[in-house]
Design a protein around this ligand. Structure first.
Ligand SMILES: N[C@@H](CCC(=O)N[C@@H](CS)C(=O)NCC(=O)O)C(=O)O
Length: 217
């Protein structure tokens, strides 16, 4: 049995869960998955049995508990250095940390108006001038990384790193809401969508039957 257990929410809706799940899957690390459907009468109590913060995702590994999606990704990067989940060169690594922190803490307008909903196709829904500003900033981050750090690789820092996992839910939001992208950003979005692990997540999300009205525009 694996000594990693990842507790996640609904695959259709839980953007925070996707990030950590993608890193484990991409790295081919065996783990036990515990799925707690969000927004039910028992969700909060169930989550509290695993997570001191009352939020998921949470990772249990060898007797320790790690919560907050970015902290989990950083833990995996540091404890599995051979997986190269952080860029090696100091400036690239600092850039990775800056954009991971920015995506973890910001973009509230995009989050609120375009909630992750893998199953849905809602082109044009949720767009406001503030959301467009968030989108423009994300595209400028992607272009900056692709132009300055990606070399001939497909990802933000050439090979897959935790920064790609942190932005993966954004790629899904852009797909659901039909956000138009320039060629560089679309090629990057396609690289994320084409990951085997991402396809596996999307297939599982389509099979889920729970509907959470507040995430359905
Ligand atoms: N900043 C946290 C956010 C986690 C979060 O908001 N998780 C949501 C699910 S996507 C949650 O646990 N909601 C359950 C609740 O609030 O009862 C992270 O990065 O992990």
């Amino acid at each position: 049995m694996s000594n990693y257990t990842l507790v996640i929410g609904n695959k259709n809706y839980s953007s925070w869960s996707l990030r950590t799940w993608l890193v484990l899957k991409y790295c081919r690390i065996k783990f036990t998955e515990v799925r707690i459907p969000l927004n039910t009468e028992t969700t909060h109590q169930e989550i509290l049995q695993h997570s001191p913060s009352g939020k998921i995702p949470v990772l249990h590994h060898g007797g320790i508990t790690i919560w907050e999606s970015l902290a989990i990704c950083e833990y995996l990067a540091e404890s599995l250095p051979h997986k190269r989940l952080l860029p090696k060169e100091p400036f690239a690594r600092a850039m990775s940390r800056s954009i991971c922190a920015e995506i973890h803490a910001g973009f509230q307008n995009l989050r609120q108006n375009m909630p992750m909903n893998c199953r849905a196709e809602l082109p044009g829904k949720g767009m406001t001038p503030e959301v467009q500003k968030d989108i423009d900033r994300i595209i400028s981050i992607w272009r900056d990384c692709r132009e300055n750090f990606a070399g001939s690789g497909d990802f933000l820092f050439s090979h897959f790193t935790i920064a790609d996992a942190m932005f993966a839910p954004i790629v899904l939001r852009f797909k659901t809401y039909g956000v138009e992208l320039d060629a560089i950003s679309q090629a990057y979005a396609n690289a994320i969508l084409n990951l085997t692990a991402m396809q596996e997540w999307l297939d599982a999300a389509k099979l889920e039957t729970e509907v959470i009205p507040q995430f359905e525009l």
